[in-house]
Write a new protein. Sequence first.
Length: 278
Amino acid sequence: MQLVNGSFNLPIGSTSIHYSILGDGAPLLICPVTWGVDGHRWTTLEELAEHFTLIRLDPRGTGKSGPITEKSDYGIPTLIHDIEHLRLHLGIEQWNVMGQSAGGWTALEYTLANQPHVNKLIVVCSAPTGQFHKGTFRDPSHPLFPQYERLSKEIRTLPHHERVKKFNRTIYQYDVQTVEGRKIIDSIFSQADFDPKRNQYFVMNELPRYNVIDRLHDIAVPTLIIGGKNDVHVSPLWSEEMAKKIPNAQLVMMEHSGHFPWLDEPKKFFTTVTQFLQ
């Protein structure tokens, strides 16, 4: 079934979600993160639309989606509900599901709740638990921990939304291995609109709630795990752990990538994803 390309709004109760469709081919859902930015920020993923129908959405309260009506709407469970509502609205029986970083959390939890409707799953530079900080820049034993501490002190007096924006704009620079990639990251986070309340909910509620480690063995759909060897945001050890626990999962470690392998090794990343899905 071919979906009409464009940008749309789907009413859900007293709010709505904004979603976009781009390309032609098997449907590929890009799961957004829930920590405060919209679901269309990684524009360089549009290369996937050359082979697939790319489906993206903004979580409630971000981008062009409608407002939050209940505090719990900030959480991944509500986002999963909205994603399933979107699938039904589009008339898709099965789609491929991909998520990076905290978007991988959404992809994993959506798949566990809706496996009959997931054709294949791709998890990129992510973790199966919100307690993933060991081996990252937040770990006191990590070489970048002093920079992390210094940055945290520098931004402490800023308003929350500015604090989150500056933190991400700066810290993600350590997660990209190429000059061009760093320029893209800087551009994205200098322009990104952050929802400070959503970010606070993520830190206070989602980080302690999210844990699917003991459920990974229940995933029965073909799964590709992509890790970044130089990822300082989420240790690549988590990619290895997920690949071990998900039955028959395929692991691809991007040797010259950080947290954004499509920026560091675009040819290898897009080829890997395309071959897996086709």
